[in-house]
Design a protein around this ligand. Structure first.
Ligand code: SF4
Length: 257
């Protein structure tokens, strides 16, 4: 299978959810607010890509005030965001946006897309744009598959050693009055690389086994109910982890014609 970080996250949270979402294509309904947030994030990523490629961005900015605010914050912080490697090493740096890499592991094809990759002869930085506030704690983000898979694939597909790679998240949705983008840097190293390799190969071996059994008619395993994941899952009724509530006829309000 071709797998992204999002699919690995889902597979780790609940294999049955992975089955419903990716094998059976049963999308979870998203509310309007969530859809708007996703759309705004996509527009910002497109804007940043066009800007990096030297393409016109005025048509994108003209009609979108939020986009103008985020981009204004980026321009103010640009020397800090883009100049890190050059200022640290004195080297000249190469940059590419929406940089795609793939890596075959255990018969599956891992795919990553870096929002921006900055390379110097001795260091590699993977930059990722987020259009939500910086989380108070970094442990959940550092355990997310994006933070593990992105540097892993770069270390496996380039001449950079794990210690030369870092992942930097930039958050453009500031909390309170501050508009300056906030960053979170996650340094990579050999220990993390080895841990990721072990976890990944184990997870992918399991996936191969689950796919094989699924073809024979056996569904993917469900996460334990005690974890609490089912309480916020849209497949709870399908998975018989929540009762279907059918209102009595008398409780349904009459609709005037
Ligand atoms: S309801 Fe629970 S078991 Fe079913 S897909 Fe969701 S998280 Fe997994």
């Amino acid at each position: 299978m071709r797998l992204s970080q999002g699919q690995l996250n889902l597979l780790e949270v609940c294999p049955r959810k992975f089955q419903h979402t990716y094998l059976e294509q049963l999308g979870s309904p998203t509310d309007l607010e969530q859809q708007e947030r996703l759309l705004a994030g996509s527009r910002f990523h497109l804007l940043m890509q066009q800007w990096e490629m030297g393409l016109p961005i005025d048509p994108l900015l003209r009609e979108d005030e939020q986009l103008r605010r985020w981009f204004g914050a980026f321009i103010e912080a640009e020397p800090k965001i883009l100049g890190t490697i050059a200022s640290q090493t004195g080297d000249s740096a190469y940059r590419q946006s929406e940089h795609l890499r793939t890596l075959a592991v255990e018969g599956h094809l891992l795919t990553v897309i870096y929002d921006l990759l900055i390379l110097s002869p001795t260091q590699a930085q993977i930059l990722d744009w987020k259009t939500y506030p910086k989380p108070g704690r970094s442990d959940r983000l550092s355990q997310n598959w994006q933070s593990r898979l992105y540097p892993f694939v770069l270390a496996e597909t380039s001449q950079y050693t794990p210690d030369q790679i870092s992942m930097i998240y930039w958050f453009f949705q500031a909390k309170g009055e501050a508009t300056e983008p906030q960053s979170l840097t996650l340094k990579y190293d050999r220990t993390k690389h080895e841990q990721t390799w072990q976890t990944l190969t184990q997870l992918l071996k399991q996936l191969t086994e689950w796919l094989h059994r699924y073809e024979m008619g056996e569904p993917f395993p469900q996460v334990s109910q005690a974890v609490g994941e089912c309480d916020r899952c849209s497949f709870a009724v399908r998975c018989q982890r929540q009762d279907v509530v059918i209102p009595s006829v008398s409780a349904i309000a009459e609709i005037p014609l």
